[in-house]
Design a protein around this ligand. Sequence first.
Ligand SMILES: NC(=O)c1ccc[n+]([C@@H]2O[C@H](COP(=O)([O-])OP(=O)(O)OC[C@H]3O[C@@H](n4cnc5c(N)ncnc54)[C@H](O)[C@@H]3O)[C@@H](O)[C@H]2O)c1
Ligand SMILES: [Zn+2]
Length: 401
Amino acid sequence: MDCPALCASNLTEKIMPDFLPIEYPLQIPYQLRVYFTKGVFDTSNPVFRDLACSRESGNRRKTLFYIDEAVAESNPQLEQQIDGYFGHHESDLQFQGIHRIPGGESLKNDAEVVGKIYADIEKNRICRHSFVAAIGGGAVLDTVGYAAATAHRGIRHFRFPTTTLGQADAGVGVKNGVNFHHKKNFVGTFAPPFAVINDLEFLKTLPEVHMRNGYIEAIKVALIRDSGFFNWIESKVKELNRFDKETLEELVYRCAKHHVAFIATSGDPFEMGSVRPLDFGHWAAHKLEQLSDFKLSHGKAVAVGMAIDTLYSEERGYLDSQSAQRIINLLHELHFETYSDFLEQKNGSRFPYILQGLEEFREHLGGLLTITLLKRIGSRFEVHEVDTDIVLRTIKRLKML
Ligand SMILES: NC(=O)c1ccc[n+]([C@@H]2O[C@H](COP(=O)([O-])OP(=O)(O)OC[C@H]3O[C@@H](n4cnc5c(N)ncnc54)[C@H](O)[C@@H]3O)[C@@H](O)[C@H]2O)c1
Ligand SMILES: [Zn+2]
């Protein structure tokens, strides 16, 4: 929605003929780089060294690392291995140390943590010709990425996602952020990382409960972009339920590819408009995460949010019932719940808190309320109004399933 102060007639009236506006297009080329590898810190693996020494980096080689505590604990050799990798490549790379930080959403709710990272950056003299690198789940990547993007107005940043959701979605995008007053991602920036390195070996130690979270973003991207991918996920339920390595790796790769391709080709990588198809199912999900005091993981909350928006699409007659049923079945077959008690939590009023998620989503985007719905599996469209009575009906239906 245009700001009234900038509407054309208003502008022409106010322009001073002797002082024509000074306007230039400002184009800043970015390169989205997502590399897949195994054993990224084996001394024989050149991926990180080559990227860090690449021409685009201008030989910026000093790197300060942050690592998700759970990743460090489940890979006890890793920190030493990173140290060894830098030692092996010492003529090209400079190791500036590695700091452990606790993973999970509590990190994004911790008002102190970004300040601590700034202090490390200052103490280690990390400048815009150096790198900050984060190894961890989406929460660690979001937090460290935000600190890196804002310290010195932006330090080049490497991401090493270690969860399925991180490698398929959260880590390969261009956003970062932390929560404020318990509002998801209230503070953050659009700042493409210098590069993302998806080491599939990291998934080996990921607990099963987190492993499934990546499935959700894959189903989401399939629903909005690629019916063939949705059919493939349906055909691989058994393999996904036993976390078959090859199936998991293919799912992560296909989801990441869709994600990056969408950001690069949609024409709005920094979300200046109101359309956010990659956030299918997310308006309710973000509110649910908040209502649960972040006990409900992002993946689990998105499963419920997508179930709501799927049934809403059906109730409005946009999506046929058979497709809606297939989507709900797939979520259940992959062990996702499609209802949560938080959906009906209210405080005196007739309306549950979850409906506030719509306005908060609009506010976060700015402009018009824009919600992505489905007209077919693999095909989406946007609406700007939501009938809250129908939302409440879908919630009742989901409760009965
Ligand atoms: N920036 C974006 O565009 C974007 C997109 C989607 C989601 N996100 C954010 O990502 C976050 C969710 O990320 P997530 O699903 O990766 O969860 P997470 O970061 O909360 O990690 C889940 C848990 O797994 C642990 N862990 C991570 N990797 C591990 C490994 N290899 N072995 C053992 N334990 C490991 C973590 O310590 C944590 O306890 C949310 O905050 C969400 O808002 C961001
Ligand atoms: Zn998401």
